[in-house]
Design a protein around this ligand. Structure first.
Ligand code: ADQ
Length: 526
C-alpha cells in the first residue's frame, strides 16, 4: 500500500476505521451468477446476440508486423464486456482494427478470449466512406451533439444519412446471419443503431429485441431539429424494450414520439404502440463490476504503473480527471476551475496536483482536434502561471491507458473531478468510488450526469459555473477525513449492490415480462 493511502488530506495518519474496506466475503449467489441463472432459465434455447459499434478488442499490426490487441476506452464496452463474458452468445461489432480480419473465420468471427472463448465476436466490415458517414458523420457530428445539448451545433449531411442506413443494414445482415433460423434475443446498443430494431423486426417478427440508448435523449423541440426525426423514432419502435439511464430521458422519448409520430403513447404503462407493436420504455441506470474494479485497483501499485507521476506527486494531494477527450466532458471547465482554486485558495499551491488523463477520441473531427489544442493550451497556461521548479500544477497524460494502470491511479487520487456538461451516466465516477474502496475521497460530480442521481454523497457542481465549482471543491477537500470516508463507503455499498450484472438482470427481467405479454397476446414466434 502506498504512503498516500495511510495519510489523510490534512496530512495526519488515518484514524482506525478510515482505511480500506476489507474485501467482501463471497456471497452464496453473486449478482453475476444471478444474471447467468436468469438468462439460462428464461431465455433457454434462444441465442443471445449483442450489437455495438465498438468492439471490446481490436487487432492491429505493431512494430515489424507483429499482431497486437487493443482495448478501446469506452463506457459501453466497459459495461458490456463482463455481461457477455458471463452469458456467452455473439457480440456483433465494427471491425475497425487494421488486422481485425487477419484473425477471423470466413464469416468475420472468432472466439474470445482465444485461450478460453467465452463468446463469439463477429466483426462487421464497413467501407471507409460508409464508416466516415455513419460513425464520424451522422452518429458523432449529428446525433452526439444533438442529444447532449452542450452548445455544439449538430451537422446534418444527407450523404451521412445514406451511410448510416447502409451501416445499419450491414449490421442487421450480420445479426440475422449469426442467428440463422433459430430463436434469438438481440440486445442492441446505442445511437449508432437506431434503425436496426425495425430492420430486424421486419425480417424476423419473432425475435425479442432490446435497445439501450447510452446517451441522453433531448426534449422534443431539440429532437425536432433532426431532418430524419421520424425515421429514427420508427426504427427504435421496432424494439420490444427501449432503455435509458434515467427516467427523465424515458419521459422525453415518449413525449417526442407522442408529438412526432402516428403512435399510441401510454405514459402510465411506459409504452408506445405503433402498427400493433408495443415498445416498453424504461430506465436502467448502468453500472460497473464494482468488486472486480476494487480488486484491480488493489492489484497494481500506483508507483509501478505511473513512476513519473508518483515521483512528482509524492506527499501531495492528487486531483484526478479521466476522460475520453470529448467536449461533453467539460475538460476546459475543469482546468479553469482548478486555476480558480489555486488563484483564490493559495494554500493549495504546491500542495495539489491535477492529473488529467485524456484518451484521444474521434480526433479526425475538427471539433475534437480543436478541443485537444484548447486543453493543451490551458494546461500550459496554468503550469506557466503557477508552476515552480519543484511543482508542476497539471500533469497531462493525453493517451490511452490499460485498465489496471488506470485503476491504480484512481486509487491514489484524493479527489476525482467529473465535470461533464451532460452525460448519460458517467462510469468514471463509479470507477473512482470502487477503486478507493472506502478510503477517504472527494468525488466532485457534475449534476448533469446520470450518476448524480445515484451517487448522492458526491459534491455536486454545475460545471458551467466555474467559480462556484472551485468553491465547492475547496470546501470538499477541507472536510475531515472521517466524513470523506463515510461518503465514499456509502456510495461503494450502493454500487456493490447495484453493479453492472444487476443492471443487465433488471433489463433482461423486463424483457422477459415483455416476452410473457407477447405470448399472452399470441404474437408471432412466441
Ligand atoms: P463514455 O462517454 O465513454 O460512455 P464513461 O461512462 O465515463 O463515458 O466511460 C468512459 C470509460 O472509458 C471508462 O470506463 C474509463 O475508465 C475509460 N477511459 C477514459 N479515459 C481513458 C483512458 N485515457 N485510457 C483508458 N480508458 C479510459 C458512454 C456515455 C456515458 C455512459 C456510458 C455507459 O457517454 O454517459 O456512462 O456510455 O453507458
Amino acid at each position: 500500500m502506498s504512503r498516500s493511502e495511510h495519510i489523510g488530506t490534512n496530512g495526519l495518519p488515518l484514524a482506525p476505521g478510515l482505511g480500506d474496506v476489507p474485501a467482501a466475503p463471497a456471497k452464496a449467489l453473486g449478482s453475476r451468477e444471478r444474471l447467468v441463472e436468469l438468462i439460462r432459465e428464461r431465455f433457454a434455447g434462444r441465442r443471445l446476440v449483442v450489437v455495438s459499434n465498438r468492439a471490446p478488442v481490436l487487432h492491429v499490426r505493431g512494430e515489424g508486423g507483429r499482431l497486437a490487441t487493443l482495448q478501446p476506452a469506452s463506457g459501453l464496452t466497459t459495461a458490456m464486456l463482463p455481461i457477455v463474458e458471463a452469458c456467452g452468445g455473439t457480440w456483433v461489432a465494427h471491425g475497425g482494427g487494421t488486422a481485425d480480419f487477419d484473425v477471423t473465420d470466413a464469416r468475420g468471427g472468432l472466439g474470445w478470449p482465444p485461450e478460453r472463448p467465452a463468446f463469439r465476436l463477429r466483426r462487421v466490415r464497413l467501407a471507409p466512406d460508409v464508416e466516415r458517414g455513419y460513425y464520424y458523420g451522422l452518429a458523432n457530428e449529428a446525433l452526439w451533439p444533438l442529444c447532449h445539448v452542450a452548445y455544439v451545433p449538430p451537422v446534418f449531411r444527407h450523404r451521412d444519412w445514406a451511410h448510416y442506413r447502409e451501416a445499419n443494414r450491414a449490421f442487421a445482415d450480420a445479426v440475422l446471419d449469426e442467428l440463422g433460423d433459430g430463436p434469438g434475443v438481440v440486445f442492441v446498443n446505442d445511437y449508432h443503431f437506431a434503425l436496426l430494431p425495425r430492420m430486424l423486426r421486419r425480417a424476423r417478427p419473432d425475435l425479442l429485441v432490446a435497445h439501450f440508448w447510452h446517451i441522453p435523449w433531448p426534449n422534443r423541440q431539440v429532437w425536432g431539429l433532426l431532418p430524419w426525426a421520424e425515421e429514427f423514432l420508427d426504427g427504435l419502435l421496432g424494439s420490444d424494450l427501449l432503455g435509458f439511464h434515467v427516467q427523465g430521458h424515458c419521459g422525453h422519448f415518449l413525449d417526442t414520439v407522442d408529438r412526432a409520430l402516428e403512435a399510441r403513447v401510454e405514459h402510465e404503462y411506459h409504452r408506445a404502440t405503433r402498427g400493433g407493436h408495443a415498445t416498453f420504455v424504461r430506465p436502467f441506470p448502468i453500472s460497473i463490476d464494482a468488486r472486480a474494479f476494487t480488486a484491480l485497483a488493489r492489484a497494481r501499485p500506483f508507483e509501478a504503473a505511473f513512476p513519473g507521476v508518483a515521483a512528482r506527486t509524492d506527499g501531495r494531494l492528487v486531483l484526478l480527471g479521466v476522460d475520453r477527450l470529448d467536449y461533453t466532458k467539460g475538460i476546459p471547465h475543469r482546468l479553469q476551475m482548478f486555476e480558480t482554486l489555486l488563484e483564490r485558495h493559495p494554500d493549495f499551491r504546491g500542495r495539489a496536483t491535477l492529473v488529467q488523463v485524456g484518451a484521444p477520441t474521434r480526433s479526425v473531427l475538427p471539433r475534437y482536434a480543436a478541443l485537444a489544442r484548447e486543453v493543451a493550451a490551458l494546461v500550459a497556461g496554468i503550469n506557466t502561471r503557477f508552476g515552480t521548479p519543484g511543482w508542476r500544477p497539471v500533469l497531462y497524460l493525453d493517451e490511452h491507458h490499460d485498465r489496471d494502470a488506470l485503476a491504480a491511479l484512481y486509487r491514489r487520487a484524493d479527489a476525482c473531478l467529473v465535470t461533464s456538461l451532460h452525460d448519460g451516466m458517467n462510469l468514471v465516477a463509479k470507477e473512482y468510488v470502487a477503486a478507493r474502496a472506502g478510503l477517504p475521497g472527494t468525488l466532485l460530480l457534475s449534476k448533469f450526469t446520470g450518476a448524480a442521481r445515484e451517487l448522492l454523497e458526491a459534491s455536486l457542481i454545475n460545471p458551467y459555473d466555474v467559480e462556484g465549482s472551485a468553491e465547492v471543491l475547496a470546501a470538499a477537500l477541507r472536510l475531515p477525513d472521517a466524513a470523506r470516508a463515510e461518503g465514499m463507503r456509502r456510495m461503494l455499498s450502493r454500487l456493490e449492490r447495484h453493479d453492472v450484472y444487476n443492471w443487465a438482470r433488471r433489463l433482461f427481467r423486463s424483457l422477459d415480462e415483455v416476452a410473457w405479454r407477447r405470448e399472452a397476446l399470441g404474437f408471432p414466434g412466441t
